[in-house]
Write a protein that binds this ligand. Structure first.
Ligand code: SF4
Length: 325
């Protein structure tokens, strides 16, 4: 599944794995019900399955048989790699990407680093493809909520060096807990080296989050409020389960300042469906709050790390000396 996308910070998405072992946005209670389901990928899988599709029909349609049973789709990365280079091309809908290689979001419909997915597959599918002649034309933004497993992948599969410069590893921050107890930023820092552009996707942001003191080694911060599922109506039980939670614009202003102080490019993707400013909910036409013409002028910031990127994807040979001193 390779898709041109409306997501503002990339050109396309690709999913070598569909499905996921779950995260704080997709929690099942002991009685089997879901407490909170604000994962688009999970909802889409449930909707497809609700149409009566059997597990094998789900796979035929390009989905996991069950969302919580991640499924591998080898070859999708190479299909995407063979698309034309966009380096130095204009994007009329996303001018902030002008001049960049094609920016490809890896894993928006699951988490490729889910525990059941073997690391050898990820090496062959993601790293080998991204460093192939076709894949080297593009930038691959590999997002996970399992950065500790991505760090283990780097150590075990690449020997802890030679992370391709055109693969940008990223992790998600939804609340302060992601930085604190879950230590996602610390784990992400263990991926790659000083040439690696690591990114944080602070979306959907559910509370005030401070990254002060945690931006060393981070090359890009993307922020966004939560989007509403369009099938929900305020005041109904489904709204409690699927409805968007508020996003306070003061959270955007403080994160923008922290990034500015740390010299890290900052990109405000969307305000979400329920954006508040000074205690008032904004009336936004765009359901995702992604049209920056509707935003206060001081928040129209979409900086991208313009690092070049042509022909940069070479896997370096890793020379590791162990106990030879
Ligand atoms: S990690 Fe991503 S794909 Fe998996 S449940 Fe959470 S939001 Fe959904």
């Amino acid at each position: 599944m390779s898709v041109h996308t409306a997501i503002q910070w990339c050109d396309d998405t690709v999913n070598p794995v569909m499905g996921c072992c779950g995260c704080e946005l997709w929690r099942r209670e002991t009685d089997g019900t879901f407490r909170r389901c604000s994962c688009y990928a999970g909802l889409l899988h449930r909707l497809r399955a609700a149409g009566g599709a059997t597990p094998s029909q789900m796979i035929d349609k390009g989905y996991a048989p069950f969302f919580e049973q991640p499924h591998k789709f080898p070859g999708r990365m190479m299909t995407m790699a063979r698309t034309a280079s966009l380096t130095d091309m204009r994007r009329y809908d996303k001018p902030w990407l002008d001049g960049m290689p094609r920016m490809i979001f890896v894993s928006d419909m699951g988490d490729a680093l889910s525990k059941s997915i073997d690391l050898e597959f990820l090496h062959a599918e993601i790293i080998d493809t991204a460093t192939s002649p076709e894949g080297s034309q593009h930038i691959w933004l590999w997002l996970t909520k399992q950065p500790q497993r991505m760090a283990a992948f780097f150590a075990e599969q690449l020997g802890g060096c030679g992370w391709p410069t055109n693969v940008w590893p990223g992790t998600s921050i939804t609340a302060q807990e992601s930085v604190g107890r879950l230590r996602r930023v610390d784990h992400l820092r263990r991926v790659g080296d000083e040439r690696t552009v690591r990114f944080l996707s602070v979306e959907p942001q559910l509370e005030h989050v401070s990254l002060a003191g945690n931006l060393t080694g981070i090359g890009w911060v993307i922020q966004g409020g939560e989007s509403e599922n369009k099938r929900t109506t305020p005041g109904t039980p489904e709204y409690d389960e699927y409805g968007a939670r508020p996003f306070d614009l003061s959270w955007a202003r403080s994160l923008r300042e922290e990034c500015r102080d740390a010299g890290v490019p900052y990109f405000l993707k969307q305000l979400g469906t329920r954006a508040h400013d000074g205690g008032e909910q904004l009336k936004l036409r765009d359901r995702h709050g992604g049209d920056w013409d509707e935003w206060p002028a001081d928040l129209r910031v979409r900086d991208v790390p313009h690092t070049g990127g042509r022909g940069r994807a070479k896997k370096r040979l890793c020379v590791v000396s162990r106990g030879l001193s």
